[in-house]
Design a protein around this ligand. Structure first.
Ligand SMILES: [Zn+2]
Length: 139
């Protein structure tokens, strides 16, 4: 069972249009163990409702375990009619391509072959159904 901590969003200015960009950092627990961290950002003022995000999976919370014991999966979420689409992206195309805390950022090809992609899609299901800021953005 997954549990997500929802902290207050942070806001900044979009570099392209000066609209407000909303940035989320979420901590995900599975059976009360640290399981994943995700970042998400979106700009409600943009014409297209599209969210960029990245999920880090692996070992957390142990002093000896650093970012090298984790992998980060970058992706976008958008709506196609009533259906959420999740598209894995390449590290270079991610807003967090230089971030190492979530782990080594992997490209789409590697992500599609990786067994952890099932956990990624499990978490994205929760993101669009239970993360209040994401639900509000897409509603
Ligand atoms: Zn913009």
């Amino acid at each position: 069972m997954l549990r997500i901590e929802f902290e207050a969003p942070k806001e900044s200015r979009c570099a392209c249009c000066q609209n407000t960009t909303v940035k989320l950092t979420r901590f995900v627990y599975q059976d009360d163990n640290a399981f994943a961290v995700y970042y998400a950002q979106f700009t409600p003022g943009h014409g297209e409702k599209r969210l960029s995000a990245m999920i880090g999976l692996g070992v957390w919370g142990e002093d000896a375990a650093g970012p090298e014991s984790r992998l980060a999966f970058p992706f976008d979420i958008w709506l196609n009619g009533d259906n959420f689409q999740v598209g894995l992206s390449d590290a270079a195309d991610s807003p967090w391509s230089g971030v190492t805390y979530l782990g080594r950022v992997i490209d789409r090809e590697e992500a599609l072959r990786h067994p952890w992609r099932a956990d990624v899609f499990h978490i994205t299901d929760h993101m669009v159904s239970t993360d209040p800021d994401i639900v509000k953005f897409f509603s």
